[in-house]
Structure formats: structure tokens, C-alpha cells
Ligand binder design. Sequence first.
Ligand SMILES: Nc1ncnc2c1ncn2[C@@H]1O[C@H](COP(=O)(O)OP(=O)(O)OP(=O)(O)O)[C@@H](O)[C@H]1O
Length: 305
Amino acid sequence: MSETILKAMNVSKIYGKHKALDKVSIEIKRGMIYGLIGENGAGKSTFMRTVMGLISIDEGDIELFGESSTKGLQHARRKMGQSIETPALYPDLTARENLRVQAANGGVSEREIDNLLRLMSLEDTGKKKVKNFSLGMRQRLAIASTLITNPEFLILDEPTNGLDPSGIVEMREIIQRLVKDRGITVLLSSHLLDELSQIANHYGILHKGKLISELSREQLASETRQYIELETSEIHKAVVVLDKMGIKEYEVVNGTEINIYERLEDVASINRSLVLANVNVSRIGTTRQKLEDYFLQLTGGTIHA
Ligand SMILES: Nc1ncnc2c1ncn2[C@@H]1O[C@H](COP(=O)(O)OP(=O)(O)OP(=O)(O)O)[C@@H](O)[C@H]1O
């Protein structure tokens, strides 16, 4: 069993009469990229702030790297980095100069700064000043500055928010690289499940302060899997045709239904083959349960993006 990095147990946070977090329990193990998904106001930032110790909790317990005492947590938080409240970037300095300023207290070498610039795909920014950076570049530099202290656990609040599609892809690759190259465990948030599903390998769904579901990547994939639904009164004949077509990933659901999990784009030719073999097809079509539909189904609401 891999090491537990964060264990939040029944954490509640109340603002006045509003319960921003309601008994939230989350466990994050080393190497996970844990995606916290929820619409605006669901409590994502509040949860991240409690983990970082930026705000106090009203109920529950937080354990980090096995530490839960006040002193132990203080110590554990030194192994963490976060993008919730990052040091300001200096607009008139270059990426390298900014990192030098952040590194001044930490005794970080130029070589490590080189590594960080490379890791964040900022190595070619040369003399360009931060004020002329794109939002994506600025966000990557902000993450680089949190990496100066060499954290083992990184918390990123909506890291892809506001980025254009290519910036999103770049950020995704960088986060995956951080996990692969440096073994950093990551907790990140988004209000788009579709977006998170491409980065994270574990998901927690927050809704109105409550954690309503937790899933692994595999569970999410099977919950939202796309397939062809075939309805026929002649299941046995249909199976023979599918086998002949070399289709292996299918499931006979009951006496009249087969789910086909491959060749989703081939509905027409599957239908043709069945009909040519005199199979009586009453219905055939693709079910596409998109991730956002799944999210809405769970939360029973609308997303305010
Ligand atoms: N300092 C505060 N005082 C009062 N209420 C607050 C405070 N901070 C957050 N809240 C409320 O707590 C709830 C959760 O906010 P939070 O920022 O954690 O949501 P979120 O899921 O991160 O959403 P967003 O993506 O909009 O930041 C919201 O209803 C918000 O208005």
C-alpha cells in the first residue's frame, strides 16, 4: 500500500450560517493526481485552503504525511507547494530573474533554475519580461516558483482556468511530467469534469460542500463508457455475426440486448452485416454519455462555468 499523503476526515468549514464544507473526507496517496471537481462555490478552494492551513476548520481532522498535531502539520506543510496564494511575480523581470528572486532564500542553484524552466517549458523565454507573457506562461512560472522549495505535494487551484486550448494541453503535459519526473503528488481542481478527466487519475466530486462521489480513472471510464446498443430478438444469430466481424468487446446484457464496446464509428456497417445475415435488428445506435452529462446526473443541477 502506498503512503498516504493527505487524509482529511469529516472536515467542515462554516462561514456564518453557510456550510462551505460539510464533513468532507478525502485520502490522497503518493503519486496520485487527485482532481477535485465541482461547480463554482462547491467548496473546492475552501478545501484546498484548509489543507494548506490558510484557514482553520470547524470540525474534523487533517493529517499530512502522517502528522496531525499543530506542530507536525506545520512541519508537513513545508513539504508542500500551492498555487492558491503564490508569491507575486515581478512583471519587469524575466522568468529566470523571477525564479532567482524566489530562490534567494532557499539556496537554489542556477542549475536547478534551468531544470525548472525546462520542466515548465519556459526555457526559451530568454530576455522576455513577465509583463509580456501569455496567461499560460505566467501560470507556468507561478507553478515553477512554488517548485523552488522542492515540494512533494502540490496543490493547484483551477490551473487551466482561463487558458486557451493549447495552453490547457501544455498545462496538462506539465502536470503529468511533474508526477512522472519528480514523483510529486498533486491535488488540483476544476469545474469541468471533461478537463480533469484528461489529467487526474482519481476524482472527488464536491457539491454544495459535500463530497458526493469518489472515483478512480478506471471507474470513471467505465461509468461514462461509450458503446453501441443493439436490440434484437435473435441474440444467438447476432453473436455469430459479431464474432465473424472480429468484434471481441461486447456483452450480452439480456435476452434482447447486446452492448458493443468497440468500433463505435462502425454502427452502419455492423447494422449492414447483421441485416445481410437476416438478423432481425429492432434498434442499433451509440449511447454517448458524456462526462459533463454524468456530472450533471450526479449533482442534479446545471454547471455555471
Ligand atoms: N471568506 C469567506 N467568507 C464567506 N463565505 C465564503 C468565504 N470564502 C468562501 N465562501 C463561500 O463558501 C462557498 C465555497 O466557496 P469556494 O471558493 O470554496 O468554492 P469553489 O468551489 O472554489 O468555487 P470557485 O470555483 O468559484 O472558487 C461559496 O458559497 C463561497 O461564497
